[in-house]
Ligand binder design. Structure first.
Ligand code: MN3
Length: 391
């Protein structure tokens, strides 16, 4: 029956989502097969994964690792590629049923477009693709009969709440946010927090970039934009509520005032698996939520004065055009600089704000406009970083 197994391409297999997706696949190896694995830089882990899962092909974005990867897999019938273009080509290979997009940031855009144009099912973990070019992606999904299954836990929750609702209109989407490690810190405390502190998320164990985005609430801002495109709602229909326990993963409010919530212990393997098996649910041995232990659910309003990134994201979403692309590119640069301790935590938002004010706005961007915007904003942001005072 091996020819009926779903063939999965994991773009970004060495990251947090990628490695958990491989756990899902190995726990359900009668249902899923790894067709392709790709990574950006982590060649040693990619080699280890390829030897274990024996995909048809692997690719590494950083071409400097090509020979090492090829040599290490020389005894296996695995095709080996290098470079960003090869990753986009893998995403459209004929046998692939599902493409899990789990790479970091803007790099996800091009291969996601390839996969969508090839009519693949996209298990979307790379939210930046929808932040940068949501309108373009949604148009292509409709045109090429592709589908996007959300892997982000909040969007998976909303997606699960909508199952069986037919054409019942959504009145509101209520995205929950943990608030991150700095939820209770004052402005003066936030001025001095370090990247090491920001990397300690209370509830979720994730990659460095998304963990910083969670601490700064940019992640929630991006998720607001992601929700707009995934669920076709207006900015006014999206609310964010801080729920520090991270048990309610998000909610949908309907026209009759009813609210549906999806709950569970925080574990990304659940939304990954659901994206692979939708509309079916597979039995798992994941720990179950015990209401005797987890007896308190609390909710707070997000503080957009301390966490200005969330306000920037709402602004970018309402402005439209290439503004969310500007926001994303500026954020990728400031997060990288904060991780190197070159700028302080609050400086990240200050710099993003001045980039958004100075950037060239395009109301109806094409794909080429997004590429040009991303490149120009990285240069502009780096200039502002380099003229900023030391933290
Ligand atoms: Mn999320």
């Amino acid at each position: 029956m091996s020819d009926t197994k779903k063939q999965i391409a994991i773009l970004g297999s060495t990251g947090s989502i990628g490695t958990q997706a491989l756990e899902v696949i190995s726990d359900n190896d009668s249902l899923f097969e790894t067709y392709a694995l790709t990574a950006n830089n982590q060649v040693d882990l990619l080699i280890e994964q390829a030897r274990k899962f024996k995909p048809e092909m692997v690719a590494i974005a950083n071409e400097a690792h090509y020979l090492k990867l090829k040599d290490a897999l020389a005894d296996l019938p695995i095709k080996v590629f290098a470079g960003a273009d090869s990753i986009a080509q893998i995403a459209e290979m004929q046998p692939v049923d599902i493409v899990l997009t789990a790479m970091v940031g803007y790099s996800g855009l091009k291969p996601t477009i390839s996969a969508v144009k090839a009519g693949k099912k996209i298990a979307l973990a790379n939210k930046e693709t929808l932040v940068v070019a949501g309108e373009l992606i949604c148009d292509l999904v409709a045109k090429h009969n592709s589908a996007i299954l959300p892997v982000d836990s909040e969007h998976s929750a909303i997606f699960q709440c909508l199952v069986g609702e037919g054409n019942n209109p959504v009145e509101k989407i209520i995205l929950t946010a943990s608030g991150g490690p700095f939820r209770t810190k004052s402005m003066s405390e936030l001025e001095h927090v370090t990247s090491a502190q920001a990397l300690k998320h209370p509830n979720w164990d994730m990659g460095a970039k998304i963990t910083i985005d969670s601490a700064s609430m940019m992640n929630k801002g991006f998720e607001v934009i992601e929700a707009k495109w995934l669920f076709g709602v207006t900015p006014e229909q999206i609310d964010v509520v801080v729920h520090p326990q991270s048990i309610i993963h998000s909610m949908v409010q309907f026209a009759d005032s009813s609210i549906k919530a999806q709950m569970g212990l925080p574990d990304m393997k659940l939304p990954i698996q659901y994206a692979f098996t939708y509309p079916d649910r597979l039995k798992t041995n994941f720990p179950r939520l015990d209401f005797n232990i987890c007896s308190q659910f609390t909710f707070e309003r997000p503080d957009m004065e301390r966490f200005r990134n969330l306000a920037f994201a709402f602004y970018a979403m309402e402005r439209g055009g290439n503004m969310p692309c500007i926001l994303n590119a500026a954020n990728e640069v400031v997060v990288a600089e904060f991780l190197k301790n070159k700028i302080g935590f609050l400086q990240m938002s200050d710099i993003i704000e001045s980039v958004m004010a100075k950037a060239h706005f395009v109301a109806q961007p094409t794909y080429e406009d997004y590429v040009a915007t991303d490149a120009a904003i990285r240069i502009l942001t780096n200039e502002i970083v380099n003229s900023a005072p030391n933290p």
